[in-house]
Design a protein around this ligand. Structure first.
Ligand code: GLV
Length: 353
């Protein structure tokens, strides 16, 4: 009640221009067009150009995330928000935006940063970008897997630090994929594409765990459905390709790492929140598992003093799964189009129902 009142007063103050507009916002001419806020300037100009043809667009001018205070101020009176996965869309922000807000579109397939039920309560439509980034993310997953099991980053460092003294039979060896059991956690679009890309590496078996069985899709690569426990116990490689939900939060906990094989390679390109990172650190440190490749962590960015960064058997990338140039251009176009369609009461390209 109090929070609601505060946001009402705050919204009125912003509308009455009591707060100065930030110099870090790029605004188009004030007019009667619907108002859209874009939270990053570098979302591929095509998306912003599409929006500018139809709307009054305000864009955050720095390539770093909008500070929360700024976001709360800028969202007042907007009809649409073009956001990224680093922008938390919760009740506080939606209250601040007010009843004019009709659509939130995120340039991502994951939407764990958006409070879906709060949006639904307010009849705010939600757009996202599945499908278009599936191949790019599957590709990056394979790159991370190969870099982790064959120790590419570790080996590359040795070239620069003088550690490369001669060719050596046992130096920089790692487990290959041929003959291995590859376990995929989450057999949706990305999990299935990862499975297809694993086949040419001649694994012994591909197994998967998913909320429901996917016999048709699995038969394309000869993958078999297993329960979570069997996935943990039998896989030489575990690849996490599953959305973060209350059910999957920290599902890879101490217990789970204890059940994995000692030669297991753990790969995560979905969300850091699926992993209890302290337990992962412990498992890697004690060599309970062989290694990990992470494109996602908690938090992001990972602080420079995080213990995971001290481990040689942990390869960390800065959340670049979909960072393929054409993919990001398409994602920008789709996000903008989702907003345009929603504000015209039309069917969006991809909407979370
Ligand atoms: C990236 O992580 C995305 O959700 O698109």
């Amino acid at each position: 009640m109090f929070a609601n009142l505060t946001s009402q007063i705050y919204r009125q103050a912003v509308k009455a221009k009591v707060f100065k507009k930030s110099s870090r916002l790029m605004m188009s001419e004030t007019n009667n067009l619907p108002k859209v806020l874009v939270t990053r300037p570098d979302v591929a100009s095509i998306g912003i150009e599409l929006l500018k043809k139809e709307f009054d667009v305000t864009t955050w001018s720095l390539p770093s995330p909008m500070p929360r205070e700024e976001f709360l101020k800028s969202v007042v009176g907007k009809n649409g928000i073009f956001c990224t996965l680093t922008d938390k869309i919760d009740a506080e922000l939606l209250d601040m935006a007010g009843p004019e807000l009709k659509v939130v579109a995120t340039i991502s397939v994951g939407y764990d940063h958006i409070d879906i039920s709060e949006c639904k309560k307010r009849n705010i439509r939600i757009g996202y970008t599945p499908d278009v980034l599936t191949d790019a993310t599957a590709e990056l997953t394979m790159a991370l897997l190969l870099a982790t099991n064959r120790r590419l980053f570790e080996a590359n460092k040795e070239v620069f630090n003088g550690g490369w003294s001669s060719w050596s039979p046992s130096w920089m060896c790692g487990p290959g994929l041929k003959g291995s059991v590859i376990g995929i956690f989450g057999y949706g679009r990305i999990g299935q594409e990862v499975a297809k890309r694993c086949v040419p590496f001649k694994p012994k078996k591909i197994v998967y765990f998913n909320r429901s069985e996917k016999p048709k899709e699995a038969s394309e690569v000869g993958a078999s459905f297993v329960n979570f426990n069997d996935l943990l116990k039998t896989s030489d490689v575990i690849i996490v390709c599953c959305a973060l939900t209350p059910e999957t939060k920290e599902i890879f906990n101490y217990e789970a790492f204890q059940r994995m094989k000692p030669n297991c390679i753990f790969i995560n390109t979905s969300r850091g929140g699926l992993v209890d990172q302290k337990s992962l650190y412990q498992a890697l440190k004690e060599k309970r598992i062989w290694g990990a490749g992470l494109d996602v962590t908690t938090p992001e960015p990972l602080p420079l003093d995080d213990p995971l960064l001290t481990l040689k058997n942990c390869l960390i990338l800065p959340h670049i799964g979909s960072a393929d140039i054409n993919t990001r251009i398409e994602m920008s176009k789709i996000t903008a189009t989702n907003i345009i369609k929603a504000l015209k009461n039309q069917e969006m390209i991809s909407e979370i129902k």
